[in-house]
Design a protein around this ligand. Structure first.
Ligand code: 9Z3
Length: 382
């Protein structure tokens, strides 16, 4: 793990939260002019209840995960999307849960989810885990037994274990499945995982605002882990045609506006006491640390985790403001987390990845949990 510090020029001050971004939309303009998702109030109410249930008992983290779309038509046939499958978010959510956090998992619909991510339909299909069922001659008896089992159960669903003798997990998969299944049921019983789906970048922004506001009650116990891959550009509602764009008129020109930078109002108004961690994604590694520092400078939050697209599963860099700043200059520290340095020669055993491999999210979450704890303790001393 390498660590060092550097300084950014103090002159590059951030524009005010209400200032209009270069392409026209301030956060306030955006929320005044775009259409909120129809389920917004319902999700906000679920978060309110979740926060009430866990407040004072455990720390709560909002994990955002997966890509955001930009619809090109109101009756959407076509949309722009990005690469993210939600691996970072889903994996991190699992480690937050096993570290004792309650998790609000705000994710792109149909992207990877904690626990089920181990059994994606393409790379590890669920049906492949199951042994072949009994031959057709015994199927009738099996069907009758299942019907009897479920009719004996008041809920009308099959009694757990009732058909275990007929449908079995293949022996070679049980060792891998059991810890996942146990952790999944533990979270279900404790009600520590709340899922909130989004699709478009606009849905994402409305939800981020309202979920963060509901979490405000948590004060410093709230952690905000913004791992979703958020589009930088969108097509405003007034410029989005109602119907499918027709072909036959030559090439298609799309003009997009810049998505407003909501981290500023998030830090100042929606989650003023929260521990806010954003991710910075780049493909040019030389930009990673300067851009992460610029984000901290501009938005004033606690940590930026920088990751290079190609190396994101092997290494990340934590960038944060230095504690005692020297006069006149804003100073930042950065600290690399690299699997090759953390586990030289594969010293980590028992990783939870698909083939038992190490997942960098385990180390990211451990590091953040420590820093979040420090943040809470600082607050108690004030
Ligand atoms: C990330 O950088 C995530 O780590 C990844 C995870 C999207 C790279 P995968 O889903 O990928 O595991 O395949 N997320 C944040 C990206 C982002 O949109 N950041 C914004 C920016 O860089 C600011 S919040 O400006």
């Amino acid at each position: 793990m390498a660590s060092s510090s550097s300084a950014a020029p103090s002159g590059s001050a951030a524009p005010a939260a209400s200032a209009t971004d270069a392409a026209g939309f301030s956060a306030a303009d955006f929320f005044d002019t775009q259409t909120p998702p129809p389920t917004l109030a319902e999700h906000a109410a679920a978060v309110r209840e979740f926060v009430e249930r866990h407040r004072g008992k455990r720390r709560v983290v909002l994990v955002t995960s997966g890509g955001t779309t930009v619809p090109l038509e109101q009756n959407t046939v076509r949309f722009l999307d990005n690469f993210s499958a939600g691996t970072r978010g889903a994996t991190s959510a699992e480690y937050f849960l096993s570290s004792g956090y309650a998790v609000i998992f705000m994710h792109r619909q149909h992207s990877l989810s904690p626990y089920t991510r181990h059994y994606s339909h393409t790379t590890n299909p669920f049906l492949d885990l199951l042994a072949e069922p009994p031959p057709v001659s015994s199927s009738l008896a099996f069907a009758l037994r299942s019907r009897l089992d479920s009719s004996n159960d008041e809920s009308g669903t099959a009694t757990p274990g009732a058909s275990m003798d007929a449908i079995r997990v293949r022996a070679k998969y049980t060792e891998q499945l059991l810890p996942v299944l146990r952790a999944y049921h533990k979270a279900q019983r404790a009600q520590t995982l709340l899922r909130i789906p989004f699709v478009t970048v606009s849905d994402y922004l409305f939800l981020l605002r309202d979920v963060s506001r509901e979490m405000q009650l948590l004060g410093r116990d709230g952690l905000y882990y913004l791992a979703a891959a958020v589009s930088d550009f969108f097509v405003p509602r007034t410029k989005t045609p109602q119907h499918k764009i027709q072909s036959g008129k030559g090439s298609l020109m799309i003009e997009m506006d810049q998505v407003p930078k909501v981290l500023k109002p998030m830090v100042e108004q929606w989650a003023p006491e929260g521990f806010v961690v954003s991710f910075k994604l780049e493909t040019d590694p030389d930009l990673l640390i300067p851009k992460a520092q610029a984000a901290l400078e501009r938005y004033g939050h606690q940590v930026v985790i920088g990751n290079d697209l190609a190396l994101r599963k092997q290494e990340v860099v934590f960038v944060e403001p230095a504690r005692a700043g020297s006069a006149g200059e804003r100073a930042y520290t950065h600290q690399w987390l690299r699997l090759s340095e953390l586990y030289p020669n594969g010293t980590h055993t028992g990783g939870k990845g698909k083939g038992g491999e190490v997942e960098i999210e385990e180390d990211i979450v451990r590091e953040l949990s420590t820093r979040h704890q420090r943040w809470i303790e600082q607050g108690q001393r004030q």
